[in-house]
Structures are given as structure tokens and as C-alpha cells.
Design a protein around this ligand. Structure first.
Ligand code: ADP
Ligand code: MG
Length: 403
């Protein structure tokens, strides 16, 4: 990557300097409880390195989708507590984003202190389409670190967004890629530049419209592209098969049909599925051939024959990219497909394959289904960002670091 990195900043010296870090701390919550702290743990090394080198560390991040105004439900308070735990240091939480409390606290920081600003999306300017508005917020962030400050971009999950704390602020301060962003980009470069063959891609998840561009970009470059999850049923409908109440995006049927025609030798789809009579954990479940989904039933997982067939492909691969669960793994009855495919990837990894898991829910599935995290070469923290990179799009939050 042709950008300055955290190491360059540390070499330049950070003792006594205030450093603004954009992290991705957008963890899933159940009330005030963090159900998966993965992103906090992944963000820690950059913050730790800065604090240990004596920087005054000011962290900005978002949580959920508040509506551009303070909303206690989306406060970063639980994240601050968990981050303190993970870092083994005190983490202050400012009562506002760039207001009086944030300013007073940043002025009071001493070397090695860590201050987390409140949810950046409490400020409507963060996601404004108007560059002038975003720049105002970026300037307020710069004020917190002062003239001698620096910016470290470490929120990989948001680098595909041209937002104030990701993009505009980087134009105003000396900027560096944090460890997480640098590592993620390295991995993605490996998946695009000189991937070892056979190269297999597994796509699943719920929304086919989110994934068509990546299929279009990857299908010509890989040996196999396996499709499962909720997105599969639009492909099935594209073949004129009745999908019952399964997820189906009517407006995407023609595109799916076209992809199936053009990449018939690369795309592999399930031949059997596990169907349910309702969308719930205790629904009645049975395995059927894909041609036999009765009216009123919905496909919630791929079937055992498909797991076996996909597994055989994956076990023989040298490069694997996986995005999107094969079924509704959150319900035990519909988790076997995701688990089986993930186990095949772990096996391939054990035999020396390079494997990458991208996507928040896929990463959560790895942990929830009890698979070893080190059974994969890399678990990405940013689903949308990795997909856009693989689609060949320029990521604004990365491009801005290159200037
Ligand atoms: P990721 O976050 O890994 O990119 P997505 O957000 O695209 O993945 O999709 C994850 C969601 O897809 C999961 O919550 C899962 O329950 C859902 N899903 C998978 N298969 C199905 C299906 N057959 N029907 C409905 N939802 C599904
Ligand atoms: Mg998701």
C-alpha cells in the first residue's frame, strides 16, 4: 500500500502529541450487552501501540444508526467499558462528539491517556452529502487534537464511506493507515493480485442485490463460485423454480438468470435445501430437493448433499474467500450448512490454503458455531468494504490516505 502507516507515525514520534484514531467499534448489542466484541478486539492493537508510545489518544467511532442526534440507545458507553477491559487501561468517554465536554477532556489528556468521543453519528454532519458540512465537523475533530495532531485511519469497516471522520478529516491532518486497515488491505491485495489456484469463493447471506456486483467481478477470475444463503432463492426463481416463501428479490431475477447463463461453469448452487414452515427457531424443518419447495414453506439452509459437494470443492482449494452465511445460522436447526462449509474451509486452511472470511454476520457465525478463529487465515472486520474492494471500486477512505 502506497500510504504512510502507523509505524511511520511511531517512528516520527508521538510522545505528548494528540492523535485522532477512527476505529470501527460498531459491535452488535443486545440491550446494553455486547454480543460479539470482535471489532473492539481487532481495534485494540493500534490504540495500544499509540498509548504505549505516549500519545494522547482520541478515538472516534460510530455505533448503529442513530438519526443524527444524541440517542442514549446508541451511546458508546458499553463500548468504552469493553475497550478499557481489552486495553487494560482507563478509557474516558466524552459526553458529546465534538462539544464542550469533548474539548475539555481532550485538553486535560496526558501522555498515554485514551479518550473515546461519543457516537460520531450523533452529529448529522458525519454522513452529510454536503462536503462543506462534513468539513465543518472534520475541523471540529482537528481542533481536539490541535496543530501538532495526526490522524490514524483504522476503521476498515467504514473506509468505503466518504464520511467526515473517515475521509474529510484525513485531508486536514497528517494521515496514516492503522494496523487493522493496513492488514485488511494486504489481505485483499492477496485475493486480487496473485491468488493461488484453485480459487474458490463462497457467497451467501440475505440480500442478493448486495452481492451481484461482486459475483460479476469475481466470476471471471476464480475457478469456483459457490452460492448459498437467502440470496440463492432469487437464482432458483431465475430458473423458473417455485421458491415458496423463501427470500426472493423479483427485480434481480433477470440479472441472476444472465449470470447463470454466462458463468455456468463457475457458479455452483445447492441441489437440496432445509425448509421451514415459518421463520423461527422452533419451526418445523425438513430437507427437500430444490425443485420440491412446497407453497407456504421457506428455504432457511442448504441441505447435506450441497454441503458435501461444496465441501469437496473447498477442501481442494488453495485460496478461499467466504462472505455470507449459508443459512439462518442464528437458529440451531438451520446452522448445519454454514457450519459444514466453514469446517471445509478450516480443513483447506490446515492444508495450507489462504482463506478469508468477510462480513459481520459470517464472522459472528464463525464464533457462534464454535469454529476456531485461527482456522482461517484472516477474518475481516468489514463486509461492505471488502466486497467493494473486490468489486474493483475505489475506497474513498483508502484513496485519501494515498495523497
Ligand atoms: P455478512 O454480514 O456476513 O455479509 P449478510 O449480512 O449478507 O452476511 O447476511 C447475513 C444474514 O443472512 C444472516 O443473519 C442469516 O440469518 C441470513 N440468511 C442466510 N440464509 C438465509 C435464508 N435462507 N433466508 C433468510 N435469511 C438468511
Ligand atoms: Mg450482515
Amino acid at each position: 500500500m502506497a500510504v504512510q502507516t502507523l509505524k511511520d507515525l511511531l517512528d516520527a514520534g508521538v510522545e505528548g502529541r494528540a492523535v485522532l484514531v477512527r476505529s470501527d467499534l460498531n459491535v452488535p448489542l443486545d440491550g446494553p450487552n455486547i454480543t460479539d466484541p470482535g471489532r473492539i478486539i481487532a481495534s485494540a492493537p493500534t490504540l495500544k501501540a499509540l498509548a504505549e508510545a505516549g500519545a494522547k489518544v482520541i478515538v472516534t467511532a460510530h455505533l448503529g444508526r442513530p438519526k443524527g442526534e444524541p440517542d442514549p440507545q446508541f451511546s458508546l458507553a458499553p463500548v468504552a467499558a469493553k475497550l478499557a477491559d481489552v486495553l487494560g487501561r482507563n478509557v474516558q468517554l466524552a459526553g458529546d462528539v465534538v462539544g464542550q465536554d469533548a474539548l475539555a477532556r481532550s485538553e486535560g489528556l496526558t501522555d498515554g491517556d485514551v479518550l473515546l468521543l461519543e457516537n460520531i453519528r450523533f452529529d448529522p454532519r458525519e454522513t452529510s452529502k454536503d462536503e462543506a458540512e462534513r468539513t465543518k465537523l472534520a475541523k471540529a475533530l482537528v481542533e481536539l487534537v490541535g496543530d501538532d495532531g495526526a490522524f490514524v485511519s483504522d476503521g476498515f469497516g467504514v473506509v468505503h464511506r466518504a464520511q467526515a471522520s473517515v475521509y474529510d478529516v484525513a485531508k486536514l491532518l497528517p494521515h496514516y493507515a492503522g494496523n487493522l486497515v493496513a492488514a485488511e488491505v494486504d489481505v485483499l491485495e492477496k485475493l486480487t493480485d496473485d491468488a493461488q489456484r484453485p480459487y474458490a469463493v463462497v457467497l451467501g447471506g440475505s440480500k442478493v442485490s448486495d452481492k451481484l456486483a461482486v459475483i460479476e467481478a469475481l466470476a471471471p477470475r476464480v475457478d469456483t463460485l459457490v452460492i448459498g444463503g437467502g440470496m440463492f432463492y432469487t437464482f432458483l426463481a431465475a430458473q423458473g423454480v417455485s421458491v415458496g416463501n423463501s427470500l426472493c428479490e423479483e427485480s434481480m431475477i433477470d440479472t441472476c438468470k444472465d449470470l447463470l447463463d454466462r458463468y455456468a461453469d463457475v457458479l455452483h448452487i445447492p441441489h437440496d435445501v432445509v425448509i421451514a414452515d415459518s421463520f423461527s427457531a422452533d419451526a418445523e424443518a425438513k430437507t427437500v430437493a430444490v425443485l420440491d419447495i412446497p407453497d407456504g414453506w421457506m428455504g432457511l439452509d442448504i441441505g447435506p448433499e450441497s454441503v458435501e459437494r461444496f465441501g469437496a470443492i473447498l477442501r481442494g482449494a488453495k485460496t478461499v474467500f467466504w462472505n455470507g452465511p449459508m443459512g439462518v445460522f442464528e437458529f440451531e436447526k438451520f446452522a448445519a450448512g454454514t457450519k459444514g462449509v466453514a469446517e471445509a474451509i478450516v480443513e483447506a486452511t490446515g492444508k495450507g490454503a489462504f482463506s478469508v472470511v468477510g462480513g459481520g454476520d459470517s464472522a459472528a457465525a464463525v464464533r457462534q458455531l464454535g469454529l476456531p478463529e485461527d482456522g482461517f487465515s484472516h477474518i475481516s472486520t468489514g463486509g461492505g468494504a471488502s466486497l467493494e474492494y473486490l468489486e474493483g471500486k475505489q475506497l474513498p477512505g483508502i484513496a485519501v490516505l494515498e495523497d
